[in-house]
Write a protein that binds this ligand. Sequence first.
Ligand SMILES: C[S@@+](CC[C@H](N)C(=O)[O-])C[C@H]1O[C@@H](n2cnc3c(N)ncnc32)[C@H](O)[C@@H]1O
Length: 294
Amino acid sequence: MTERQGHVQGLSEHELSEIRMLIEERTGICFDESRERFFSTRVLEQLRVKGMERGTDLLRAIRKSNIEYEALLERLLTQETSFFRYPAVYEAFEKRVLPELHAKKFWKNPRTLRIWSAGCSTGEEPYSIAITIADSLSFADAWNVDILATDVGRHALKQAERGVYSGRSIASVSEKQLSAHFAEVSGGYHVKPRLRKMVSFAQMNLASAVYVGRMDMIFCMNVLIYFSEERRRALVQRFFDTLEPGGYLFLGHSESISKMPVKFQAIVLNDCILYRKPTAEELQKPELVAEGRA
Ligand SMILES: C[S@@+](CC[C@H](N)C(=O)[O-])C[C@H]1O[C@@H](n2cnc3c(N)ncnc32)[C@H](O)[C@@H]1O
């Protein structure tokens, strides 16, 4: 039987739909029709792993126990990532954003850069940010660089904290970067302490509004695509409120916020769009806020 007929071996459509609603309510992750097969296959896998026969048993377990809920959630997360996943984003970060923030903060004491990698998966994104800063911010070591890397998935965060990478994940890291920022160990390349010190990892659910302090930049790439429109809007508004005036939001390639009623400047640079929070003075001049929207 297929799920279209309302049933997947041992799981009724009603049970699947209860599980789907519970996951969406708690995390914002929305399993629409296009991801229905992925969803039901993973739920079924969990049912088998737990040795359960009926969907009601799983449903009861995840409602009652946080451990059971998290075990199922881990199976449902899409955590694909790699170092420098979108080169154009890191180029824009290096060539446009860092020089601007450098000029803005040069005379500040202490010189601090706060960056949030929201939905960091196994850590490739925050470490790519750290590499870019280490390689291109002049006198990077004279800055307090604080990259907060958060994800709802505990397994991914454990890998991120370990910081050992190999294969496709590091395919876009240059030889020069590999030798400057990684030590070769059995099983791959280990990020060196200089990078590791810039990044702190924390488990955080983006569906709950946790205060993280003001940020100069937020990277939230390939996370919003899994959320409902309503959650996306709420999260983008939260990012706006969290950013310093003049701060930047980086989203994934297919994630556009152009129809949202939030006042970011959209800046088109080669192959990517950056979203900049205008300063109070710029907000008085609407022609500046429309930059890049042509
Ligand atoms: C496809 S990965 C993106 C990783 C990285 N940002 C990138 O673009 O390469 C999406 C990540 O978002 C995380 N995620 C999904 N829903 C979340 C939520 N409600 N709160 C926090 N993280 C979430 C997943 O665990 C996963 O690691």
